[in-house]
Design a protein around this ligand. Structure first.
Ligand code: ADP
Ligand code: MG
Length: 260
């Protein structure tokens, strides 16, 4: 990269230095007249699992999309491993490789097999050879429980299996952080468990994760910290026990009351 181009550090697996891996400072985002984020501050430490809850339209997806630069914030800053990624000239592809994201919709290429889908960005973005990309793809697909399905096309896989391919695709890039945006919301109930299981395993393995979900059991079980967003701000945050059992804000109480 040329002069003045922001670099993304590649020392993501370094020992915990106590510094946050992600630092979001006074983040604002508007779409024309619609103000969606009104000053969000959030730090995420290496290895931490942060679950974000909140009603529809509260800005959860927009926040995640600002972290991997699918959206450009209208104000504030996002730092990733000491680099301000919201600065001009940031290498967006480098950020997206290091900050993996899994969406509600899996967005797999229908004409490619599971393996082909997991290989693609490795070759295009990381410039891995076909052989290396295939090897990593099989490893990651095995990790998400799809060793027997590497040669299947998306149409031959269940929704839960397709979502696990999408997770393997993100993991194949060796991300330092994983963002999950309602990764199980589009799935039939019986398929949700396998995907949550993969996410839980990842968390246990020390992956730094920000997870937007309505799965309260998962949040209780896996989150180090729970954040409740409403109206484009963080209303409340704490441990799962604090937020679920002793919510301070009326808005949090109201939300939890409805979802239970
Ligand atoms: P959540 O994920 O919490 O449901 P979102 O971040 O998706 O909330 O959306 C917050 C608000 O921003 C909503 O009112 C939504 O309609 C609006 N919004 C999101 N994306 C766009 C966009 N690309 N253009 C205009 N408005 C948007
Ligand atoms: Mg959303």
């Amino acid at each position: 990269a040329g002069e003045g181009v922001a670099h993304v550090a590649t020392n993501g697996q370094a020992a915990d230095d106590g510094k946050p891996i992600i630092r979001i400072c006074d983040l604002h985002k508007s779409y024309d007249d619609l103000v969606v984020l009104r000053g969000v501050d959030l730090e995420v430490k290496r290895g931490e699992v942060v679950v974000i809850l909140g009603p529809s339209g509260s800005g959860k997806s927009t926040l995640l999309r600002c972290v991997n630069l699918l959206e450009q914030p209208t104000g504030g800053q996002v730092f990733f491993e000491d680099t301000e990624i919201t600065a001009k000239g940031t290498d967006i592809n480098a950020v997206r490789a290091k900050v993996g994201m899994v969406f509600q919709s899996f967005n797999l290429f229908p004409h490619l097999t599971a393996k082909g889908n997991v290989m693609l960005a490795q070759q295009k973005v990381l410039k891995r050879s076909k052989e290396e990309a295939a090897k990593v793809a099989v490893e990651q697909l095995t990790k998400v429980g799809l060793a027997e399905r590497v040669d299947y096309k998306p149409s031959q896989l269940s929704g839960g299996q397709q979502q696990r391919v999408a997770i393997a695709r993100a993991l194949a890039m060796d991300p330092h952080v994983m963002l999950f945006d309602e990764a199980t919301s589009a799935l039939d109930p019986e398929l949700v468990r396998d995907v949550l299981g993969v996410m839980k395993e990842l968390a246990r393995g020390g992956m730094t994760m920000i997870v937007v979900t309505h799965e309260m059991g998962f949040a209780r079980d896996v989150a180090d910290r729970v954040i409740f967003m409403d109206g484009g701000v963080i209303v409340e945050e704490g441990t799962p026990d604090e937020v679920f059992d002793h919510p301070k804000s009326d808005r949090t109480k109201d939300f939890l009351g409805h979802i239970r």
